[in-house]
Design a protein around this ligand. Structure first.
Ligand SMILES: Cc1ncc(COP(=O)(O)O)c(C=O)c1O
Length: 397
């Protein structure tokens, strides 16, 4: 029997793993209420037609060969222009790399930065791709706990306790998946002061930056010109095109990241290019009509409010109101609850409601959560929360 490399044992991705059980139940005829996956296209959201047309036209025009490794010039220029419009000052098209989703941008960046044994600070709860890539690189993850009592804010004292001379970078997801939190400017400034003090890079995942409810999003790279900052973004979420695999990374302070940028370019050359025709949608996305966004946020606000109301009414369940994206991370304080993975498995088997266990994203030891995606339509959400409430009332069954 052929054996895999042992360090792959540590590569886990809870979001898809748990869905396998739901697929098994569905194959047996059970109705599943999917509140587990952050793909708006599985629900009643659609890619803006002008983006589909741009890709269609590119394909008809023969743009089906390899793109330049770093991306087509129009797309790189559009990303730079849009970042500078957001308040970045120093990003040129040369400081942008188009990738196969933000996922590949994250992969290239961590690969360029981390030697085996190097450390990276990752948020907990946080998006598990970072942990999976770090495991693949045999890098050491230092998980820092977000502060639930302060709306899942970044706790700089916790970062100070964890950092060592081998720490190369701190990752933030702002807005955050799975909590739906939006960082304040003050919180970001404190994080940047920490990075400055310790000479660590800031990797700022801003893939949900346009999916915000009330407060504005502040891009980390607009707040400091003396800290190495790499930003991730893409078309998957706000432009409703996650299957196209269009993402990018950008260097906010290019002078400070020139050597890492050269390493990332070498890695990018070696994988040839990101998907090509879809890159023709970047400029129309960033500079074309944006009217789908207020419409989407209006719909999401109704769903968020429905969710917060429903969850808050269940004894033993509490939730920090999400400020962005389409996720929430309700807390469970239920007698005898020892494993939230067992909890979500039992929940889906008994009720068909599919959440992801908090442990899949990391959480403070001794606490239990589930991640809820509130993309489904109101009728489905109502049904799901009624079934969930009844399940919790019966708990431990
Ligand atoms: C925080 C975060 N970063 C990155 C990604 C991956 O995005 P992409 O589809 O651009 O690879 C996701 C997807 O859910 C995400 O939640």
């Amino acid at each position: 029997m052929l054996q895999p490399a042992p360090h792959i044992e540590h590569v886990k991705y809870a979001i898809r793993n748990i869905a396998a059980e739901a697929a098994r139940l569905e194959a047996q005829g059970q109705r599943i209420l999917y509140c587990n996956i952050g793909d708006p296209l599985r629900f009643d959201f659609q890619t803006p037609p002008h983006l589909v047309e741009a890709v269609h036209r590119a394909m008809l025009d023969g743009k089906n060969g390899y793109a330049p490794s770093l991306g087509i010039p129009q797309a790189r220029a559009a990303v730079a222009r849009s970042l500078n419009a957001q308040g970045h000052a120093r990003v040129t098209p040369d400081d942008v790399v188009l990738t196969a989703g933000a996922s590949e941008a994250i992969d290239l960046t961590l690969t360029a930065l981390l030697e085996p044994g190097d450390e990276v600070l990752l948020p907990s709860p946080g998006y598990p791709l970072y942990n999976a890539v770090a495991a693949r690189l045999s890098a050491k993850v230092l998980s820092y706990q977000l502060d639930e009592a302060r709306g899942w804010a970044i706790d700089v004292e916790e970062l100070e306790r964890l950092v060592t001379p081998r720490t190369r970078a701190v990752v933030i997801c702002n807005p955050n998946n799975p909590t739906g939190a939006l960082a304040t400017k003050e919180n970001l400034l404190a994080l940047l002061a920490f990075a400055r003090r310790h000479g660590v890079a800031v990797l700022s995942d801003e893939i949900y930056d346009k999916l915000i409810f009330d407060e504005p999003h502040v891009s980390t790279g607009t707040l400091a010109d003396d800290v190495p900052i790499i930003t991730f973004n893409g078309l998957s979420k706000a432009y409703l095109a996650c299957g196209w695999r269009v993402g990018w990374l950008s260097f906010a302070n290019p002078k400070l990241t020139a050597k890492v940028a050269a390493a990332i370019r070498r890695l990018a050359d070696a994988r040839l290019c990101g998907p090509a025709p879809v890159q023709y949608a970047v400029e129309p996305a960033l500079f074309g009509p944006q009217d789908h966004l207020p419409a989407m946020m209006k719909t999401l606000r109704t769903r968020r409010d429905l969710m917060v109301k429903a969850l808050s009414a269940i004894p033993g369940v509490s939730v920090v109101t999400p400020r962005a994206a389409f996720y929430a991370m309700p807390r469970l304080e239920l007698p005898g609850l020892t494993s939230d993975e067992d909890f979500v498995l039992k929940l889906v088997r008994e009720t068909g409601v599919l959440f992801v266990h908090g442990e899949g994203f990391g959480q403070k030891p001794g606490t239990h959560h589930v991640r809820v995606v509130y993309l489904p339509d109101e009728a489905t959400l109502k049904d799901a929360f009624e079934r969930f409430a009844a399940f919790v009332r019966r708990w431990p069954g």
